[in-house]
Design a protein around this ligand. Structure first.
Ligand code: ADP
Length: 368
């Protein structure tokens, strides 16, 4: 069993003034695939390296299985780590790179051979076992790095941005490989990335971090549909969620979000919560896919229709991005491939008010 538990874990580097990781508590289930995601410098790698035993914990406790590992050296933690730069030994062949850890641990030769060939089979790298790293492509090097981790049969795999040195096409391919791999290897995975697509597609759960702190920890759909705050909402999704400041007003017993240039009516379920916000400023969040071209909506209510100038039309083949300007705010709509509004003309778009989020402008927390 390899559940991992972090309790009130912090890290202050000797040379650093700030907390790289700040009071993080997290429970990772046995055989779960957890993704730590966030912008550069938010403390993801440091968290991973503390689990690995490559960095000391300044404060708090880490368990792997039911063993407190704070003072257990990395080599005794039953984990295998895959790094961004692959960290292959240049003078060794692929076979030697993959078998190195087992040789150091004095595994019998037949067992080493069996494990290397098994891993090579899984990764499809049997034909390159005699080559050296300089003779490999980026994708092949990444496979070798994975192979070196697999042969150890660890309880926990730790990945630190393993795909970020690959080009876009290879990244996509390796992402699906990792997906297949995790179905074959019944282990626990902790995966660090700054790429929200990798996080969404690989994680059973995603941990979004910022400034050393966990912002939200949940399954991908919850993170996307119910972000805990403005930061999480803005980090996940491409193009990013539109954040539009305005205030709540009441007209004839109905509540509206008033942007200044346009007003949209809240759905009635929200009235109760927003009665307390009447007259106050807040931020509306709406994802680009929840804004539609009015022409393509059969029955749009007038009170969630917005007039805006379409400044740029970006056809992407499968969909079209519209860059809109209300006169006060700019926002993006992501519409169907056949939408082609005129550029620099007024157009009408419809906000799906059942899908909007509202954020407190001071605390940035989600109101609903
Ligand atoms: P991430 O992986 O999210 O990019 P890191 O965990 O690498 O973030 O870094 C978190 C913070 O700790 C950053 O402010 C970074 O500059 C700092 N940091 C990382 N490693 C060291 C180190 N060895 N010494 C001092 N500060 C460090």
């Amino acid at each position: 069993m390899a559940q991992i538990s972090l309790r009130n874990v912090s890290k202050v580097y000797k040379s650093g003034a700030v907390k790289a990781v700040d009071n993080v508590s997290l429970g990772i289930e046995n055989k779960e695939f957890i993704v730590l995601v966030g912008p550069s410098g938010c403390g993801k790698s440091t968290t991973l390296r503390m689990i690995a035993g490559l960095e000391e914990v300044s404060d708090g406790k880490i368990w792997i299985g039911d063993r407190l590992v704070n003072n257990v050296p990395a080599k005794d933690r039953d984990i295998a780590m895959v790094f961004q730069n692959y960290a292959l030994y240049p003078h060794m062949t692929v076979y030697e790179n993959m078998s190195f850890g087992l040789r150091m641990r004095r595994y019998p030769k037949p067992e080493i051979e069996r494990r290397v060939h098994e891993a090579a089979e899984i990764l499809g790298i049997n034909p390159i076992l005699r080559r050296r790293p300089a003779q490999l492509s980026g994708g092949e090097m990444q496979r070798v790095a994975l192979g070196r981790a697999i042969v150890r049969k660890p309880l926990v795999f730790l990945f630190d941005e393993p795909l970020s040195n690959l080009d876009a096409k290879m990244r996509l391919q390796m992402r699906t490989e990792i997906h297949k791999l995790r179905l074959r290897l019944r282990a626990t995975f902790v995966y660090v990335t700054h790429d929200q697509v990798e996080a969404m597609t690989l994680g059973d759960r995603i941990v979004v971090m910022r400034d050393g702190k966990i912002q939200q920890c949940a399954d991908p759909i919850t993170i996307y549909e119910k972000p805990a705050n403005k930061f999480v909402a803005g980090f996940m999704g491409s193009p990013p969620i539109n954040l539009i400041p305005g205030r709540i007003i009441k007209k004839e017993k109905k509540y509206y979000f008033d942007e200044g240039r346009f007003q949209v009516k809240l759905v009635e379920d929200m009235y109760k919560i927003f009665s307390a916000w009447e007259g106050k400023e807040l931020i509306l969040g709406i994802r680009p896919e929840d804004i539609y071209d009015r022409l393509f909506i059969a029955e749009a209510a007038a009170d969630n229709t917005v007039r805006a100038v379409c400044e740029v039309v970006e056809p992407l083949g499968s969909e079209v991005y519209l860059y809109l300007n209300s006169g006060k705010n700019t926002f993006i709509a992501r519409v169907g491939a056949h939408n082609r509004p005129d550029v620099n003309r007024d157009m009408e778009v419809v906000f799906n008010m059942g899908k909007v989020h509202f954020f407190d402008p001071v605390t940035e927390k989600t109101i609903i």
